[in-house]
Design a protein around this ligand. Sequence first.
Ligand SMILES: O=C1C[C@@](O)(C(=O)O)C[C@@H](O)[C@@H]1O
Length: 816
Amino acid sequence: MAASKSERGFEPNASIVLVGCRGAGKRTLGFMGALHLRRRLVTEDHYFEKITGLSRGQFLARNGKERFARQNIEVFKRMLDSNRSGCIIECGMSSLVEEAQDALRAYSRTNPVVYIHREREQISALLEDAAEAKQLLKADERHRDCSNLEYYNLLDDSSSDNTRGSIPTPSSGTSTPMMIDGRPVGHPSKLLQAREDWTKFLDFITGRGGSTRAWLESPFSVNAIPPEFRSYSYALRLRLSYLVDMDLEWEDFEARADCVELIIDHWPNDLLNVVARQVALIRRKLGVPIIYHVEENPRGERRRAPAEKDQMDSALLELGLRLGVDYLSLDLQREEALVNRILKRRGRSRIIGNYWYMGFGALPWLDERQVDNYKRAQSLGCDVVRMVRFCTGDSSVEALEEFKKRIQETLPDPKPPLVAYDFSVLGIRTPLQCRILNPVKHPDMENERDHLATVCTYNNAFELLFGQFLLDPLHYYVLGSNVSYSLSPAMHSAAYDFSGMPHTFQAVTCSTLDDLNQICLCDSFGGGCLTAPFKVAIMPHLKVKSHHATVIGAVNVLLPLRGKTNFILDHANSRNKAGPAREFYGDNTDWSSILTCLRRAISPRNYVQPSKTAGLVVGAGGMARAAIYALIQLGCRNIFVYNRTAHNAFDVARHFNEWWATTQASSAVASGLPQQQPPQEICHVITSLSDPWPQGFQQPTMVLSCVPATSVDGNPPADFEIPLHWLKSPTGGVVVELAYEPLVTPLVAQMYAFRDNVSPSWTVVDGLEVVSEMAIEAFELMTGRMAPKRLMKEVCRKTWEQQQRDTTRSTSSFAS
Ligand SMILES: O=C1C[C@@](O)(C(=O)O)C[C@@H](O)[C@@H]1O
């Protein structure tokens, strides 16, 4: 395999090796990773047995220690060598043997070798024997020397979290389960968070994730444009010294910026592990890109000689790269050797090249050397250039503007995005001088040490943009024939308030395309959530749609495209601005919200196995199409559709089977493989509830009900309950109910009873959980900003409860 340019860049299909101590979770992560990347999982134990025909215990007993040791290392090397691509390899404790470590070091030149570790207390607790645990943990650290990446396997407490979908009590900020009919709403989920973090990490190191894919599939999604290419973006500054003893909860930081800048300004005991844990926490709790910055003069440390500084800082920077941070901030005024070493080992992390002038007498913007600084960063291949000056009133805003203009007009392309600003002891001088990666803090954060982040918060900076007419207040809507009950206005309005946006959101009842047109053609139309009858009917009128919406054949989010440009990036960056719409863009968030809810609720035992897992979708409208697509995206290839009017179910099944056949044919052509004849069908119709579950297929582990539980437009309510002979999955499964009027639909009530009396391994996801997810995604598409998810979910449940109380009150007053 060719060695790649960067020392940490690998062929996308290079096998990934997992090393680490017993109890670190390698096997589980290996299993999840193999499923996610569709790779073979090779475990050392199993491989040993395959090669020698004996388990290790048996081999040892028969051949003695010495022969075992020799055989063991030979098998270990062979395992690595003969599985160079397409696998996840889980190493056992052999990785602590010197010779194995040499082999791993050599392997890590071409392949990712990931050191997995976790909270020491966790490992100690697992191993029981304290002395053994201590020894093992000490030896474990040696894995750092024979690996090139590392992953902190944070404890996943989601399995004990039965408060999902609950209402937090405002005073305490903690959650209490919401009870309906005497039972908690929501469900426990197993290893969901660990799976999400781990699969994102794998996507990063294999180059599958990131914005390119999001961009191609849905260019308006919030992750499609990296923060440095957004029209405005903010970096929340979090110092390590603050994080180890913070006065806020992680949840408080949600949606407070586009990314987090983690500043290593403090060296507590066990520094490398503390930093690794904080990176893991930011990923898990906030889910935003991380800028990793090592401060030159850490708090409370003595002054260090330059050579000493370089050694320590180099180790800390290397740690950032090992952890696969999205951005590494690199001071270009440091020793050239250090700069070059880091650049060479950058892997897939993007480099922010810094020129910081932190003391008095900072270089003025219009000094020629500032342009030279930028040019050097550009020639070193930095992805972003950050130039910051401490300023005591010696520089005007105009000088900075002039400097930016010089860079823009005199230097050749491609030019890395420039972040440039002045700051003083009062913080960044004017928040608007810097458009991207603007430093911000949380409004309630105690942060006296950080001058850069003392003034600005994300929402006051954003409010300023509207105040200065750089952005415009817009009107957003939910549109359809039956939207008076919609919870979207409450959720979106709360999110606007939170983010400092003066937009409005209303439910407007309309049922013809002409009515819809009238609303959408207004200059201050910001976007609309569509519901029946528009989701499918609007399709032929839209020229621009996301890939997903095209495949599904339904749209539920409509955005105006303004101006003459044909560049989607320009349109995406013109959100929150008014003007005449030339075209409209359609996307679908129904499927992705369903997918999110399914992923959260599926237990590891029911992870999708494409050839085996079966799913059932009830209904044949726009939402059922989205549900089928979500199942396909999860990897399910046996999908059954039941609908009261069978011919609609046949239409939907045909739609997806035809699309599937075309997709398979084009991937066969691309890979040069023969086509399957006739193409496999992935969607089947069941015409009657009394039919037995189709022969040759496993019982469904995912059931999605996409029919209204109340009467709509004069049609009788669906009242769907699943036949008991379709509920025979031995591992249980998940039922997603999309209706929430009432919240406990006949199906939900049936499944609660079934869970209590027959099979506890079924999980129920209620309609409010899905609808809040839909609003979250719609908010992000329409505004381009991250949604305050917790807040929106909380508002969703509270508004729904209020609606219930209002209905009860009006019914009882009507009765009296
Ligand atoms: O189905 C739904 C829910 C919804 O209609 C609402 O009222 O929030 C908004 C739609 O865009 C979405 O597809």
